[in-house]
Design a protein around this ligand. Structure first.
Ligand code: DX5
Ligand code: ZN
Length: 234
């Protein structure tokens, strides 16, 4: 399994797409996933606590059920919960491939990232639209993924905030300067129309909820996003 994850992470020449299950059919998530027809690189699971963000979503039971049903899937878990460290163990128990915590949701980001990596799980750092990339500069060496929010977290179907593209570019530059290998993920308001723009600024993985699952053909929408990203990313 570790080998397979490594391959996914290294195939960053093209834009990877991570459909967000927040926009899946809640009463039939399995059917929503099957409509992706194996086009999705990652499955993105949004966890909301009604405190760090003004909404509630799923808990660790759904992650456990997904892992049981899809043992080989790359499950990308994005926890919007505070304090992050209180929730990390219960999500690690559900065997995510990647666990991403918000920099704004813990005073102990370094320790939290270490605790995720200690379990052999990839560790991600998420930053809100108003958070500068410089804030996480001292811990970038511990990041497998940096998730740049392109909407204010809490809800699907919001409008893309283009001002965050500068941070994506900055993070790509920092990665090169320091010879790091984290991937850059963007989340919120993405779809076929702006996937190329995201990729051109250095985005490696595009999360998309509404654009994918509200489309009459989710698999085709994922393919369109990947093609758009690939053309611009060379
Ligand atoms: C927002 C979530 C996103 C959301 C994206 O708080 O983190 O993952 O599902 O949804 P869209 O693509 O609909 O903006
Ligand atoms: Zn998310």
């Amino acid at each position: 399994m570790a080998g397979a994850l490594q391959i996914k992470l290294k195939s960053s020449e093209k834009l990877l797409v991570a459909p967000s299950l927040l926009s899946a059919d809640i009463l039939n998530i399995e059917s929503s996933i099957s409509k992706l027809e194996n086009t999705a690189d990652w499955l993105h699971l949004d966890i909301m606590d009604g405190h760090f963000v003004p909404n509630l979503s799923y808990g660790p039971f759904l992650l456990k059920a997904l892992r049981k049903k899809y043992p080989n899937a790359f499950i990308d878990v994005h926890i919007m919960v505070e304090p992050a460290e209180n929730f990390v163990p219960m999500f690690l128990a559900g065997k995510p491939s990647l666990l991403t915590v918000h920099a704004e949701a813990t005073p102990h980001l370094h320790r939290v990232l270490q605790s995720i990596k200690a379990e052999g799980v990839l560790a991600g750092i998420a930053i809100n639209p108003a958070t500068p990339a410089e804030l996480i500069s001292p811990v970038l060496n511990l990041a497998d993924v940096v998730l740049v929010m392109s909407v204010n977290p809490g809800f699907g179907g919001q409008k893309f905030i283009p001002e965050v593209l500068g941070k994506v570019h900055k993070l790509a530059e920092l990665r090169k300067e320091r010879n790091y290998d984290y991937l850059i993920e963007m989340d919120g308001g993405l779809g076929p129309e702006n996937a190329a723009l995201a990729a051109a600024h250095g985005c490696d993985i595009a999360v998309a909820g509404n654009a994918v699952f509200s489309s009459p053909n989710p698999a085709e929408t994922v393919r369109k996003m990947k093609t758009a990203g690939g053309e611009n990313n060379g």
